[in-house]
Design a protein around this ligand. Structure first.
Ligand code: FAD
Ligand code: NDP
Length: 515
């Protein structure tokens, strides 16, 4: 130790390190790629395939660092393995449970007690995910993209180092690089027991056994979607909310989403934060938590604790600062918008797409579209930039919430309450009527500024399917008079949007009655 601190020894060691790196560089292949993509998720794969279709020499690197609980998965990134796909399948499994209960009212003979078998469900989901992993590999091969299962980092602006899981290294020379490394769940490490005993969404879909009685910490997309389907699968589920649910969404809609979940049996610990997690000898988890309103500390025992407290960019191993790629110091994400190009970093031949790009939505279709457009600009002579406006999204909670555009609060903040008109309705989906399902949270609102539609919000079954079409219409310039002048499809829930006529300002009852 003392010897290492000696300045001359230290300088000698540095020189040796530099020498070995130079040797390493010289011994590597000088073959040059047109494009190296670091990260084989939604954005990276789309970009690599599009570039290869334009006859370019492309390599894509993908490497999954195990989760805190040691879970790993195959090629395809977050969406395929631990995100959209397994989430939507489990959400659908939960909806099937509700449909089975409803079916009695429609004349089906169904036992009073229906149960979901986690092992059957998770095996089916995992098998589908594995087939997608395989499909991605085949597509890369067919499209002539070189796939390297290794961790990428920059040596300089034209050289990427790849390290495989055995520590073997290789250097790739490249004209352009796209950073598409996504993000990983953040678990607050200052909470005793959190890292050791809790899981994240990176583990949930790969659990071999049912999570049992579960505490989900967090109150945004991931927490509410996962909490929602766990309850729908019949599990005792609690969601711990630090402040407000779905912070970045319209708050009236957010309250309706959580009200529905509560009425379906999900428990909410409001304004609470975890203090510590301990494991009992029987393997259960004792969670101490504090209520931020009354400052009381309580504890409860769970089988599983899942943190859904946000996702962070993991860029520390990429050597971005070493090569001059600017990152935001808070989010650690790559800052784009250089040289008039949304995805270009501060280094002209290095780009970023998807979840790693600062201030852009963390959604799969956004990553894919940005990746494809970037490849076409780089190699196809295109000048088309990604349009990040009017990106629709859906929160797949038991009652789905689909939205395109901004919240009522945001519209008021931008244009003043007196200039905003909100058309709204509480409606009953026809399929809810026969089984007498609670429809009190099925709600629509359209936020307008004159004839311009600023936000279109829908809570109800299949909200994602409904909003997709309206999002296209808005992108094509649809106005409020155009939408309200359209003819509906009867009997659907979507027609309630084109039938809206009651404004919030009027104070009239917005409940839809009759056909
Ligand atoms: P990713 O898909 O995360 O891919 C990045 C890849 O790079 C990963 O495979 C990673 O292991 C790899 N990597 C990282 N560092 C390196 C390195 N140094 N070298 C090599 N490889 C590296 N979006 C939706 O649109 N709809 C949904 O319903 C939806 N549901 C979601 C549910 C959950 C639970 C989660 C977590 C996310 C969900 N998302 C959803 C978000 C969506 O998954 C992401 O926006 C999307 O996957 C981002 O794509 P990406 O290409 O930026 O990164
Ligand atoms: P978010 O960053 O949206 O939300 C994090 C949540 O965790 C907030 O409720 C936050 O509370 C809470 N939180 C953060 N830190 C703590 C803490 N220390 N203690 C207690 N609570 C805490 O993250 P998500 O992980 O839900 O989602 C990440 C992204 O993934 C989303 O933005 C979305 O783009 C994408 N996604 C998309 C989906 C879809 O399209 N359907 C589904 C799932 C994810 P507070 O508000 O108080 O800060």
């Amino acid at each position: 130790m003392i010897v290492n601190k000696h300045p001359r020894t230290f300088i000698l060691k540095r020189l040796l390190n530099q020498y070995s790196q130079v040797r390493f560089l010289q011994s590597s292949s000088t073959e040059e790629y047109d494009l190296v993509v670091i990260g084989g998720g939604s954005g990276g794969l789309a970009c690599a395939k599009a570039a290869s279709q334009l006859q370019k020499k492309v390599a894509v690197l993908d490497f999954v660092t195990p989760s805190t609980q040691g879970t790993t998965w195959g090629l395809g990134g977050t969406c395929v393995n631990v995100g959209c796909i397994p989430k939507k399948l489990m959400h659908h499994a939960a909806l099937l449970g509700e449909a089975i209960k409803d079916s009695k009212a429609y004349g089906w003979s169904v036992p009073d007690l229906i149960q979901n078998d986690w092992e059957t469900l998770s095996t089916a989901v995992q098998n589908h995910v594995k087939s997608l992993n395989w499909g991605h590999r085949v597509q890369l091969r067919d499209k002539g993209v070189e796939y390297i299962n290794g961790l990428g980092s920059f040596v300089d602006r034209q050289t990427v180092k790849v390290t495989d899981n055995k520590g073997k290294q290789k250097l790739l020379k490249t004209k352009n690089t796209v950073i598409a490394v996504g993000g990983r769940p953040y678990i607050p490490s200052h909470i005793p027991g959190a890292l050791e005993y809790s899981i994240s969404s990176d583990d949930l879909f790969w659990l071999k056994k049912s999570p049992g009685k579960t505490l989900v910490i967090g109150a945004s997309y991931i927490a509410l979607e996962c909490g929602g389907f766990l309850r729908g699968l019949g599990l005792d589920t609690t969601v711990m909310v630090r402040s407000i649910p779905l912070r970045q969404f319209d708050q009236q809609m957010a309250s309706l989403v959580t009200d529905y979940m509560e009425s379906n049996g999900t428990k909410f610990l409001k304004t609470c934060v975890p203090v510590s997690i301990e494991k009992t000898t029987g393997g259960q988890l004792v969670v101490k938590y504090e209520n931020l309103t009354d400052k009381q500390t309580k504890e409860e025992v769970f089988d599983t604790v899942m943190f859904a407290t946000g996702r962070h960019a993991v860029v520390r191993n990429l050597n971005l600062e070493g090569i001059g790629v600017e990152i935001d110091q808070t989010t650690q994400k790559v800052i784009g918008d250089h040289g008039g190009d949304h995805e270009r970093s501060s280094v002209p031949n290095i780009y970023a797409i998807g979840d790693i790009l600062h201030k852009r939505p963390e959604l799969t279709p956004v990553a894919i579209k940005a990746g494809q457009l970037l490849a076409e600009r780089l190699f196809g002579g295109s000048q088309v930039q990604m349009n990040y406006d009017l990106v629709p999204t859906t929160v797949f909670t038991p009652l789905e919430y689909g939205v395109v555009g901004i919240s009522e609060e945001e519209a008021i903040a931008r244009h003043g309450e007196e200039n905003i008109e909100v058309y709204h309705a509480f409606y009953t989906p026809l399929e809810f009527v026969v089984p007498q399902r609670n429809s009190s949270q099925c709600y629509i609102k359209v936020v307008c500024f004159g004839d311009r539609v600023l936000g279109l919000h829908l809570i109800g079954p299949n909200a994602g399917e409904v909003i997709q079409g309206f999002a296209v219409a808005l992108r094509c310039g649809a106005t409020w008079s155009g939408i309200s002048g359209s003819v509906g499809i009867h009997p659907t829930s979507a027609e309630e949007i084109v039938k809206l006529h009651i404004t919030k300002r009027s104070g009239l009852d917005p409940t839809v009655t009759g056909c």
